[in-house]
Design a protein around this ligand. Structure first.
Ligand code: ARG
Length: 643
């Protein structure tokens, strides 16, 4: 935004300024009264001021001239300064002041919005820098559907804050330290590899088959894994797989499972694994090397998922904070927070059954010590003012204890409204059709990559069924299937309040009729087509078009667009991405908008510029590249309705 750009603020902010002036005149003694402005029932107006009731409770019996809340409301209305914003005001119930905005002012504001760009309409938040800690899978384990929610919700929150001009440190707090990683490290360190090669020449001498057999054994000589690699040599060499291939892209999840089985069933191995934690944390070369190999393999796997979903993240895993832990615990000790309990060092938190364990009885650090240190680091080294943690609701208790400890240490202010601030953004479970935790048939956790693959392949199949394979190149087909498939998975997660469990259902999320990404893209493409067919030019509209909002639907659409910034603000302050999406109220407005747009092509361009596409950008879908594909898709799909 240019330095001289006037800061307009949301419609609510602008009204609040006017009401603030009125309040200073109406109740000059009540200097700490902030205007309470909210959108209201459209039958009464567009916004309302809700101060009269609470003011009356404060001033009655103090010799004030007012006789009840209604006269207070009446006075607030009378003292409102004149403004081109307001067309009319009325009083309802016990002193609510209803405001109807001026049609011309709405039109003028949208015109400004169009000319200056949507960036000037981002909400002004009170923070400059925030940490969003999200995704954060555990090294050596497969990323599962629970991490999908954290990844999608966290990325969306980060986008919302970035749009609101907050600098966001996107942190991947991967679980790369402690026992679980050490189990894998231990197995890896103890490995012996045996390779045997067999050659076969076929009877007609036309080809040679090579079979490479790899046996991986640990020091107790029990085979835990066996890989067979076939290479067939004919005229050409056809490489099916190779030993090297197995090492660079092994399945870390399977590796962890094998290790964990050994850990649970073999006491000798368990002891060695626990010893491995010590060796690793003590910096022993061999262990360090195995550890970094395992981390690297996991990282490559995560990176693929992030790339597919268009997600940017910076890894600062648990191990990063390890060197800072002793210093931080010393500070907390000096402040008298840490006590001795059953051999462990703990922080007792009022109202909690168990204390917050910061040093285990064996002297090791844990999840809590790392999180305390990470919080300290984010506040003091990274100078963040808002720390946001996105995990399942199951970790709520952990974060409550963490934040209480930080408040007791004086790192965070008491209460929840001032900065620096920390919030846990919890989310519910992903359920299967049976209403139980989402699992595959073999009751394994569902792998994230498999879900994305299936969403994409279902979309591709649908496109092929509609004859797109003949019309489009393979690349176009792939790109479209990815955009719709991944978009559908994201949207299905985001459209609900994050705290509710949601049922994973491909048919539902890929339905083009319901509240789905497919429908959203569909509506977007419809609008693009309307604009294209109208022959109107958005640039031209900026220069010449004096907007007139004649029809009630046009006015509703105009107001709807103007409320964009406050919807983003609401979504940011409450950390609820679903607020951005189609709520019931907004959905009605949207559907009447689209109908109206079909008749009024000029205004359609505004909706395109500020409506769908902007919301979609925030959700991380680059709608511009989709435009062409979707135009084709939509028009081919259901041309008769929208031609
Ligand atoms: N690795 C953890 C898990 O998978 C999530 C970490 C969340 N972030 C944090 N700072 N504790 O459950």
């Amino acid at each position: 935004m240019a330095a001289d750009e006037e800061v307009v603020g949301t419609v609510k902010d602008q009204l609040a300024k006017l009401f603030e002036e009125s309040l200073r005149v109406t109740v000059p003694d009540q200097t700490d009264t902030d205007p309470l402005i909210a959108a209201c029932n459209p039958r009464f107006g567009d916004y309302q001021c809700n101060n009269a009731m609470s003011l009356w409770t404060k001033i009655k019996g103090t010799g004030s001239a007012f006789t009840g809340p209604q006269p207070v409301g009446q006075a607030i209305m009378t003292n409102l300064p004149r403004s081109e914003m307001i067309e009319s005001c009325s009083i309802a119930g016990p002193g609510f002041v209803n405001v109807k905005l001026s049609r011309q002012w709405i039109a003028k504001s949208i015109q400004k919005m169009l000319i200056k760009g949507i960036e000037t309409w981002s909400p002004k938040l009170r923070v400059k820098r925030a940490v969003v800690d999200f995704s954060s899978p555990n090294i050596a384990k497969e990323m599962h559907v629970g991490h999908l929610r954290s990844t999608i919700i966290g990325d969306t929150l980060a986008r919302m804050l970035e749009f609101s001009n907050v600098e966001v440190l996107r942190r991947n707090h991967v679980g790369d330290w402690g026992t679980q990683v050490s189990i894998s490290v231990c197995l890896r360190v103890c490995m012996h590899i045996y390779v045997s090669v067999y050659l076969f020449v076929s009877s007609d001498l036309a080809c040679i088959n090579i079979i490479v057999r790899v046996l991986v054994m640990d020091k107790c000589s029990s085979t835990y894994s066996k890989v067979l690699v076939y290479c067939i040599l004919g005229n050409k060499v056809v490489k099916v797989s190779s030993v090297k291939h197995w090492y660079t892209v092994p399945d870390n999840g399977a590796f962890y499972k094998a290790s964990k089985q050994r850990f649970d069933s073999d006491p000798g191995f368990k002891e060695r694994a626990q010893q491995a934690v010590v060796s690793l944390q003590g910096g022993k070369e061999k262990y360090r090397k195995a550890w970094s190999q395992i981390c690297e393999i996991s990282r490559k796997g995560y990176e693929k998922v992030y790339q597919r979903l268009g997600i940017v993240l910076e890894e600062k895993g648990e191990s990063f904070y390890n060197p800072y832990i002793p210093g931080v615990l010393e500070e907390l000790g000096k402040k008298g927070l840490i006590e001795e309990s059953e051999g462990a060092r703990v922080i007792f938190i009022e109202g909690k059954k168990y204390p917050f364990i910061v040093v285990k009885s064996d002297g090791g650090f844990n999840y809590a010590s790392t999180d305390l240190t990470a919080l300290w680091y984010r506040l003091n080294e990274e100078k963040a003012e808002w720390m946001i943690y996105v995990t399942d609701v199951g970790q709520r208790e952990h974060f409550e204890m963490l934040f209480t400890a930080a408040k007791r240490a004086g790192w965070l202010p008491p209460g929840d409204n001032s900065y620096p601030k920390a919030n846990h953004v919890g989310f519910g479970l992903v359920l299967g059709e049976d209403g139980k935790r989402f699992r595959t048939r073999s009751t394994e956790v569902v792998k994230l990559v498999d879900l994305l693959d299936e969403a994409k392949s279902r979309c591709k199949a649908a496109l092929v069924e509609r004859g797109k394979a003949e019309e489009w190149t393979e690349e176009e087909l792939e790109q479209t299937a990815e955009a719709v498939g991944y978009g559908a998975v994201k949207y299905a997660d985001l459209k609900n309040n994050r705290l509710t469990n949601y049922t994973f259902n491909f048919d539902q999320m890929l339905n083009d009729q319901g509240n789905t990404a497919v429908y959203l893209l569909y509506a977007h493409a419809r609008i693009c087509s309307i604009i294209r067919k109208s022959g109107k030019d958005v640039e031209e509209l900026k220069k010449t078009g004096a907007l007139v909002l004649e029809h009630p639907n046009e006015r509703a659409l105009g107001l709807h667009l103007l409320q964009f910034a406050e919807i983003v603000e609401e979504a940011c302050t409450n950390l609820l991405p679903n607020v951005l999406l189609w709520g019931q109220r907004r959905r009605q407005a949207d559907s009447c908008c689209v109908k109206r747009l079909q008749r009024s092509c000029g205004n359609a361009s505004i909706y395109l510029v500020f409506g769908q596409s902007t919301r979609y950008d925030i959700l991380g879908e680059d709608s511009s590249h989709l435009q062409k594909d979707f135009d084709n898709y939509v028009w081919a799909h259901d041309y008769r309705y929208y031609a």
